[in-house]
Design a protein around this ligand. Structure first.
Ligand code: HXC
Length: 262
């Protein structure tokens, strides 16, 4: 059994629980190597398949969410090695297969692959100490896990080019202004805030959460009319669920909804 490079925990008071994954290579600032990405992917898929889990939180340490892919592992790789082993696709894209919401709770450095990992999550909550960047240019490479594509979609071309070409870091306040993160909170409140958001998510109906996530993600991938049609179909389909009846009846009866599918 390989050394654990992530810690997992299940928490929460609601009917559905929160699956928490803490990246844990503290000495290397959570540099993301293959073993860690394999373990992260396995944990995400296990939580996604677990019917008692409604939402996931990925976090790191106070100093670093993750300082990027592991440079010491990559330093000697050749083109044929990265090409034949399908580096990145082989274990970085597991997050794309996760249907339940995933929150990144980011404190400290989120650089290179660390920033890309955060951007693959559905919500980024940042501590005031968070620093985001795509410094790959300093290493003679470019972002390889979606940074050149997701960053401009999140913050626009101006800042995406600035970060990618100069390698500079963006602090939490700038990241929030630019639209990369959903919220910025004091560092000592980061996990409380992320868990509160996760608990709120866990109190809702899972089919509607999955539909909302799929539809928002469609906004990145489809022309407006296709996205609108996709949303309309998902919206109509939710009227086939017991939870739509329950949610609306509960509102009208002025009582909390007791969703069945959560
Ligand atoms: C391997 C890393 C690392 C990384 C830090 N470390 N980042 N090891 N890969 N990405 C190690 C350091 O070598 C050091 O090990 C220890 O962690 C502490 O780091 P320091 O540099 O001493 O800390 P500090 O001075 O506070 O500086 C923090 C830092 C700096 C600014 C984050 O470590 C840094 O610039 N790291 C690299 C950031 C980066 O370039 N990321 C992009 C990677 S490429 P020792 O043994 O000396 O204590 C990438 C490509 C993605 O992500 C492609 C898709 C997968």
């Amino acid at each position: 059994m390989s050394e654990p490079l992530i810690l997992t925990q299940v928490r929460g008071e609601a009917a559905l629980k929160v699956g928490v994954i803490t990246l844990h290579r503290p000495k290397q600032l959570n540099a993301l190597n293959d073993a860690l990405m394999d373990q992260l992917g396995a944990a995400l898929l296990a939580f996604d398949a677990d019917e008692s889990i409604g939402c996931m939180v990925i976090t790191g340490s106070e100093k670093a969410f993750a300082a990027g892919a592991d440079i010491s592992a990559m330093a000697k790789w050749t083109y044929m090695e990265v090409y034949k082993s399908d580096f990145i696709t082989r274990n970085w894209e597991t997050l794309k297969r996760v249907r339940k919401p995933v929150i990144a709770a980011v404190s400290g450095f989120a650089l290179g692959g660390g920033c890309e990992l955060a951007m693959m999550c559905d919500i980024i909550i940042a501590a005031e100490t968070a620093k985001f960047g795509q410094p790959e240019i300093k290493l003679g490479i470019i972002p390889g896990a979606g940074g050149t594509q997701r960053l401009p979609r999140a913050v626009g071309k101006a800042k995406a080019m600035d970060l990618s070409l100069t390698g500079r870091m963006m602090d939490a306040a700038e990241a929030e202004r630019a639209g990369l993160v959903s919220r910025v909170v004091p560092a000592d409140k980061l996990l409380d805030e992320a868990f509160a958001a996760a608990d709120a998510i866990c109190s809702y109906s899972l089919p509607s959460l999955i539909a909302a996530k799929e539809c928002v993600n469609r906004a990145y991938e489809a022309p407006l009319n296709e996205g609108l049609l996709f949303e309309r179909r998902a919206f109509h389909a939710l009227f086939a669920t017991e939870d739509q009846k329950e949610g609306m009846e509960a509102f009208l009866a002025k009582r909390p909804a007791a969703f069945k599918h959560r």
